[in-house]
Design a protein around this ligand. Sequence first.
Ligand SMILES: CC(C)(COP(=O)(O)OP(=O)(O)OC[C@H]1O[C@@H](n2cnc3c(N)ncnc32)[C@H](O)[C@@H]1OP(=O)(O)O)[C@@H](O)C(=O)NCCC(=O)NCCS
Length: 170
Amino acid sequence: MRTKTPRESRTVMTDMVLPSETNPLNNLFGGELLARMDRAASIAARRHSRRITVTASVNHVAFNRSVPLGSVVTVEAAVSRAFKTSMEIFIDVWMEDRFTGERAKANEAIYTFVAVDDTGIPTEVPPIQPETDLEKERFDAALRRKQLSLVLAGKMKPSDATELKALFTS
Ligand SMILES: CC(C)(COP(=O)(O)OP(=O)(O)OC[C@H]1O[C@@H](n2cnc3c(N)ncnc32)[C@H](O)[C@@H]1OP(=O)(O)O)[C@@H](O)C(=O)NCCC(=O)NCCS
């Protein structure tokens, strides 16, 4: 399989916040943002693998800033690392100032997607080669996050999480 770059999976979705998508404080409802991020991440995973992809886990979500009603929100997703059948997707959420047009980072998240065949069985994905400094940083830390996610899901023994152990022993 041809080695791909994060750039090839990059997915950008821009939309506004409507009244039906807000909480009682008139800010974007968290579940709505999770759904938008899941959609963008799913497209990025499909662009990388060219397979059916399913969300395996949401590894990290930080709702750092509230997003007011009427805001223009851009969700950017790209595969940060590909493993055998799974892919880590990094998602950055940007908010556009209504008056100045300036963009500010609102939130970020990290999802894991798995490529599957028509019967739902995990199937291999192409390798990935990061290009920029940020992509390299995200690529390098992805194995540690994968191990943490597997340990938390009860799918890996903590004693097998070599990358996590290295954090405390090096
Ligand atoms: C995701 C799914 C395909 C994994 O199937 P599985 O039988 O556990 O398969 P495996 O154990 O071989 O895992 C497949 C890959 O997923 C990774 N994985 C599984 N669970 C994971 C988790 N919680 N965190 C990170 N990676 C995970 C494994 O490490 C493996 O990666 P690799 O092949 O790149 O090394 C399966 O659990 C599934 O179909 N879940 C439902 C998905 C879905 O419906 N999502 C939408 C929710 S509404």
